[in-house]
Design a protein around this ligand. Structure first.
Ligand SMILES: Cc1cc2nc3c(=O)[nH]c(=O)nc-3n(C[C@H](O)[C@H](O)[C@H](O)COP(=O)(O)OP(=O)(O)OC[C@H]3O[C@@H](n4cnc5c(N)ncnc54)[C@H](O)[C@@H]3O)c2cc1C
Length: 538
């Protein structure tokens, strides 16, 4: 090992960021794993506090022949942040909100470092209180009062709010509200990126665009030009978090969703939007699946008029599981006693509207329900804080139940995990997609539970293996299901990314040629293949 890194030390040396090496690493092992529970190893952990220190750390990695795994909050579930030797570059100390900006059109932007936690940013925007505002420019501080009055928010909402902003950008994170607001990508206005050689790039939306053939020429700060080509594979007409973005011409979009393989995003500027005045949650019940899915299509046709932010599904298997939870745990289950046996399929809506429109929106919704023979009187509707909180708890009771079941099985078979699918299809394939799970998983005799973002035709069907044989069977079947989803024009990795665990899904989606195009982009920004070892392209 060369360079000026102190062996077995946690002390900053020679202007370098804090670097942890040698025996000291044994008490830093949480940096070697993420929520996938896969464990890796590394030679060094760097904890930079600014972009200059990031650049120094990657140069130091190059000198030592280390690859670099960028680490956000490690909430990812595809092992993308799990190191494979080399350097772990943790952005957790770069956790400051740096200021606000308002453009000539009146749009607001928040500028923050990558290590800021999503939940912290959301809370600050809601309360209008930023711990770092004392260090802001005068212009930013002046905008704070306006921001408070404007009641703005940042919509991307992966369920896990402890994720870092950099991680959500690197994964183009999405969630339930993606139905109404889209994923992370459209909210990223600018970013600062440190490349593998330690050089820096400032990217702004619309600034560096490829031509009609996809060719781009990106000028680096030292005047050199990077000539590259946007990928040409078709981007699925669905949510997708699989590979470098090919659905547009903005070079910055290559970095969004690149899973730490092209550069280190040190700070970003994010667009904020007005928070709706009224927030309503509605749970509608249907006797059969076919009508529940028709309801989803009908809702989509009126998504704007109904102010729909999220449309989520609870299959009959999910509601049965929740009824059983109620039977076992009573009121503490979070499941209300009024979840009657004939409430077979649930469609859950988040609605955002103005106070003036609230009545009209609810009447319109009743009309849609009636037009399909439903009973609006049986819906649960939450318009106030306390009832919304109860419905939120109800929603969360399902993943909790699933995790509890798996924990029980793992006590006997520690190698078994749940297999949560993460695939989306275009609108017109929804029925075929849902039927596919029932046919294939039913025929295999596997236990599963159906729920998720049905508005985006994106269900997290959770296969719940009862033993290692079923686990192996479920895993093999997942790949076959992914093939069918790709044939439907969908994405086999809609929101959790490819990481290290689904690299075989990438070629399935974009073919060998597509993977080669991705490799060419990777070689342009990271010629020695240092960043994100074994992630995305394996
Ligand atoms: C309970 C649970 C629910 C979840 N629900 C959702 C969901 O609904 N939707 C969703 O999209 N995801 C979900 N996730 C997955 C995860 O939260 C997201 O992928 C999140 O965006 C990861 O952020 P992170 O900071 O934890 O990134 P990490 O896990 O640390 O890293 C993820 C990837 O991003 C790269 N990276 C991190 N920071 C940077 C940076 N600054 N610059 C460049 N690359 C970087 C890493 O190298 C790695 O490749 C869920 C996870 C859990 C545990």
């Amino acid at each position: 090992m060369s360079g000026n890194i102190a062996k077995a030390s946690q002390t900053p040396v020679g202007g370098m960021p804090q670097m942890v090496v040698g025996e000291a690493l044994s008490s830093w092992r949480k940096y070697f794993s993420d929520e996938s529970r896969k464990e890796g190893d590394a030679d060094c952990i760097a904890l930079p506090q600014n972009a200059e220190e990031v650049a120094m750390a990657v140069r130091e990695a190059a000198r030592n022949g280390w690859n670099v795994t960028i680490s956000g909050a490690r909430t990812g579930i595809t092992a993308a942040a799990v190191p494979d030797g080399g350097l772990v570059l943790s952005l957790e100390r770069m956790n400051h909100v740096l200021g606000l900006r308002k453009n000539e059109r009146g749009d607001f932007f928040v500028h923050c470092e990558s290590g800021v936690r999503l939940g912290d940013l959301q809370k600050s925007l809601q309360t209008g209180m930023f711990a770092d505002s004392k260090d802001w420019s005068e212009e930013s501080r002046a905008l704070l009062t306006e921001l408070r009055d404007a009641k703005l928010f940042y919509p991307p909402d992966p369920t896990e709010t402890s994720a870092s902003i950099g991680g959500t950008v690197a994964c183009n994170a999405s969630g339930a509200h993606t139905f109404g607001y889209g994923p992370t990508r459209p909210y990223v206005e600018a970013m600062h990126v440190v490349l593998a050689d330690g050089s820096s790039l400032d990217l702004h939306r619309g600034e560096w665009m490829a031509d009609d053939d996809g060719a781009f020429a990106l000028q680096m700060p030292d005047g050199t030009i990077l000539n590259g080509k946007m990928p040409s594979y078709p981007w699925p007409k669905t949510k997708s978090a699989a590979g470098y973005f090919s659905g547009g011409r903005d070079v910055m979009d290559l970095f969004i969703g690149s899973e730490g393989t092209l550069g280190v995003v040190t700070d970003v500027e994010l667009r904020l939007v007005p928070r709706p005045e009224r927030s309503i949650m509605v749970m509608c019940f249907w006797a059969d699946e076919a009508t529940a899915l028709k309801f989803v299509h009908a809702l989509r046709a009126e998504r704007k008029q109904l102010g729909l932010e999220a449309v989520e599904y609870f299959g009959a298997d999910a509601l049965d599981m929740l009824r059983e939870r109620r039977r076992l745990l009573g009121a503490a289950s979070g499941v209300p006693a009024c979840l009657e046996d004939d409430m077979r399929h649930g469609v859950f809506l988040d609605v955002g509207c103005s106070a003036a429109d609230e009545r009209d929106v609810l009447q319109r919704l009743q009309k849609v329900i009636k037009s399909l023979g439903g009973d609006a009187g049986k819906c649960w509707c939450a318009t106030e804080n306390d009832t919304r909180e109860r419905l939120r708890l109800f929603r969360h009771a399902l993943p909790e139940t699933v995790n509890g079941l798996i924990a029980q099985i793992r006590r006997q078979y520690p190698t078994v995990t749940k297999l949560g699918t993460d695939m989306a299809v275009p609108d017109e394939r929804l029925e075929e997609y849902v039927a596919m799970f029932h046919e294939e998983l039913g025929a295999a005799g596997l236990r599963y539970v159906t729920f998720g973002h049905v508005g985006d035709n994106h269900l997290h069907v959770n296969i719940l293996p009862r033993n290692p044989d079923e686990y192996a069977k479920g895993k093999a079947l997942y790949f076959d299901l992914a093939k069918r989803v790709v044939a439907m024009g969908g994405s086999p990795a809609a929101e959790h990314g490819i990481g290290k665990l689904k690299t075989n899904f990438l070629e399935l989606l974009i073919g060998k040629q597509g993977v080669e195009e991705m490799r060419a982009i990777k070689a342009l920004f990271d010629p020695h293949g240092m960043l994100g070892p074994k992630t995305l392209m394996g």
